[in-house]
Design a protein around this ligand. Structure first.
Ligand SMILES: C[S@@+](CC[C@H](N)C(=O)[O-])C[C@H]1O[C@@H](n2cnc3c(N)ncnc32)[C@H](O)[C@@H]1O
Length: 239
């Protein structure tokens, strides 16, 4: 009997929990994002978009695309082939709705960053905004992104990490651990999801450690810029 029982797969189960959580918060995600970041999220993504467009992307994959902010911006900027990938169907439905009127709408596909449905070296540019810290295995995600990028291709990652400067750190930690989950409860009906988001920021490696991780996984020309007192970083790397 026991040989017929499929072993419990903890990895899949964690990804499943994250997917369900984003499915739940999808209807209010954009509204709460703008509100809780005082619209700074728009400004942070603009930095990434500007950098990526300098190198004239042709085939671009936006990993953990969510409701498609980056994918849509790249399509509107004239990038010929844009694909957005995400595990959450509810987030993707919002992205698809937003893309409905666009002449060269991105293709939005459901799938995991840890096992992507693309051939080796297909894309010349990859972007990820606020997605990497949700991967249950960050190194596996970095390997997989390396695989689907062509040699010489460029990757741009925007991510939060806990600020290091003490005054800002205290304010941020209070805001993120107390205000954000309360706002999540009142306005989004899901305090649990928003307190997970706080814990995931705290757990994400400091920029120096993340750079070491990128280099370990074979990325080169790795560099980063900090925004908003070190709350957000834009990492760039090449294959
Ligand atoms: C905080 S949202 C960011 C969405 C979007 N990039 C943005 O800038 O608003 C994180 C997204 O990552 C997705 N995600 C989490 N783990 C993933 C994985 N393993 N593969 C693909 N997407 C994933 C979630 O479903 C969610 O839509």
């Amino acid at each position: 009997m026991s040989e017929h029982i499929k072993p419990y797969n903890a990895e899949v189960s964690k990804e499943e929990q994250i997917r369900e959580m984003f499915d739940r918060i999808a209807p209010r995600y954009d509204f709460l994002n703008r509100l809780l970041s005082f619209r700074q999220d728009v400004r942070w993504r603009k930095h990434l978009i500007r950098q990526a467009l300098l190198h004239k992307p042709v085939r671009l994959l936006d990993v953990a695309t969510g409701t498609g902010d980056l994918a849509l911006a790249f399509a509107k900027a004239g990038v010929p082939e844009v694909v957005g990938l995400d595990i959450s169907l509810q987030m993707l439905s919002k992205a698809r709705l937003r893309a409905a009127e666009l002449p060269n709408a991105p293709l939005f596909i459901q799938g995991s960053a840890l096992e992507m449905p693309f051939e080796d070296g297909y894309f010349d540019t990859l972007s990820v905004a606020f997605g990497v810290r949700n991967f249950q295995d960050i190194r596996r995600g970095l390997k997989e992104m390396h695989r689907v990028l062509k040699p010489g291709g460029r990757m741009y990652i925007l991510e939060f990490s806990a600020p290091q400067k003490s005054l800002f750190k205290t304010f941020f930690s209070f805001y993120n651990s107390k205000i954000v989950p309360q706002a999540g409860r009142w306005l989004g009906g899901d305090a649990q999801a928003y307190s997970y988001l706080d814990r995931s920021v705290m757990a994400f490696p400091a920029p120096g450690n993340f750079i070491d991780m990128l280099e370990d996984e074979g990325w080169r020309e790795v560099e980063y810029q900090s925004f908003s007192g070190g709350l957000v970083h834009l990492f760039q790397a090449r294959k």
